[in-house]
Design a protein around this ligand. Structure first.
Ligand code: NAD
Ligand code: 89V
Length: 339
């Protein structure tokens, strides 16, 4: 499988390392408007074609998959170019700036018969996956309550300065992952209520969000995110989970400790992710999930199965993001049918 990657920035380095780890995959081309970033990324490979313009990359072709790792404002144009040139697509989150764009992007790729996966990797973190698997095995019976929580004081702006500049911040950038984990655990939501706050005066958007979801399955979840929380030890970038079922409880606590309680019996397991050769703490959790989701994409292409976070599926996570902002703005509960 020959891959071209567009956007050789902060996060793409993880994607490139992960592609190098995966069998039967070759990164044949890189593209970035910034020649310096292109040079740093190309140093990872013995041989790779380099472009500063995506249209030229597509015109020259020679790849089966495009991996779009740019920030969101370029996603629609790049996905549409990919559809025009009939290649499979992986696109970073947030998939699109608006739901309207996202629907058009899904439709554009659908007409080509190619596969479109959104790089929504948090549900693929191995610790989160361990909880998903336990829940799906039925060990705690039928779930009725969940909490998906991400609270941190980590300076995320040093690696990603653009996050301080947008009108929207935590729901669009991080909450999107946490809402997606809630969907992976409990399925789609029918209603959402949200509040937002900005605590850090140096940024433009909200850095705290608290959301209440009612899922079609009958589960109620609290999904809460904060980058204004001082805690020791710092848990970035862990998502902490708590699920109550009619037969027991599953928790994923700080330090990647998963506990399952059935009656009075509690079993605890260390589900800490490995630190891959090219990874570093505390990012190793996310870095491992990048390799897992990219392997998932390769496996899906080989077997003809649709990726779990295919474009069509991601529309529902994006709808939750939009509904959360609408709820916070208007101070009311939003039925998802409204979007
Ligand atoms: P970045 O700004 O560091 O890198 C983006 C790169 O894309 C830049 O080098 C820029 O020059 C290039 N670029 C932008 N538009 C282009 C175009 N049209 N053609 C060619 N090059 C173009 O951003 P980043 O922090 O790496 O984030 C990239 C994306 O990854 C964002 O959507 C972000 O939300 C996402 N992200 C995801 C995770 C995750 O865990 N899934 C983590 C971090 C970032
Ligand atoms: O997903 C993201 O884009 C990142 C991070 C994981 C740090 O929130 O901003």
């Amino acid at each position: 499988m020959k891959i071209a990657l567009i956007g050789c920035g902060f996060f793409a380095m993880n994607q490139l390392h992960a592609w190098k780890d995966i069998d039967n995959v070759e990164v044949v081309a890189l593209c970035d408007r910034d020649e310096g970033r292109l040079a740093v990324a190309s140093a990872l490979f013995d041989e790779v074609r380099c472009y500063t313009d995506a249209a030229t990359l597509f015109a020259e072709g020679g790849f089966d998959v495009v991996d779009i790792a740019t920030t969101v404002s370029s996603h629609r144009a790049l996905v549409e170019l990919a559809a025009e040139h009939r290649v499979h697509v992986i696109c970073q989150k947030p998939f699109a700036e608006t739901l309207e764009d996202a629907r058009a992007m899904v439709a554009a790729v659908e007409t080509t018969g190619k596969v479109l996966m959104v790089h929504e990797n948090f549900r693929w973190q191995s610790a989160v996956r361990a909880v998903v698997d336990e829940l799906r095995s039925g060990v705690i019976g039928t779930a009725f309550f969940g909490r998906v929580s991400f609270r941190s004081g980590y300076d995320v702006f040093s690696g990603q300065p653009y996050l301080a500049e947008g009108e929207r911040f935590i729901i669009e950038d991080l909450g999107i992952h946490i809402l997606d984990i809630a969907r992976a655990l409990f399925g789609d939501a029918s209603r959402i209520t949200a509040t937002t706050r900005r605590i850090n005066p140096a940024i433009k958007g909200e850095d705290v969000a608290t959301m209440l979801l009612e899922h079609e399955s009958g589960v109620t979840t609290v999904v809460d995110c904060s980058y204004a929380t001082r805690r020791s030890p710092e848990t970035f970038p862990e998502s902490l989970l708590e699920i109550d079922g009619d037969k027991g409880t599953i928790r994923l606590d700080a330090g990647y400790r998963m506990s399952i309680q059935i009656g009075e019996q509690v079993t605890t397991r260390d589900v800490a992710p490995p630190v891959l050769e090219w990874a570093e703490r505390p990012w190793h959790n996310i870095q491992e999930s990048v390799r897992i989701i990219q392997q998932h994409f390769v496996d899906c292409l080989a077997t003809g199965v649709a990726p779990e976070t295919r474009g069509q599926d991601n529309l529902r996570t994006l709808a939750l993001v939009e509904a959360a902002y609408l709820s916070a703005r208007e101070g009311r509960t939003i039925p998802l049918t409204e979007l």
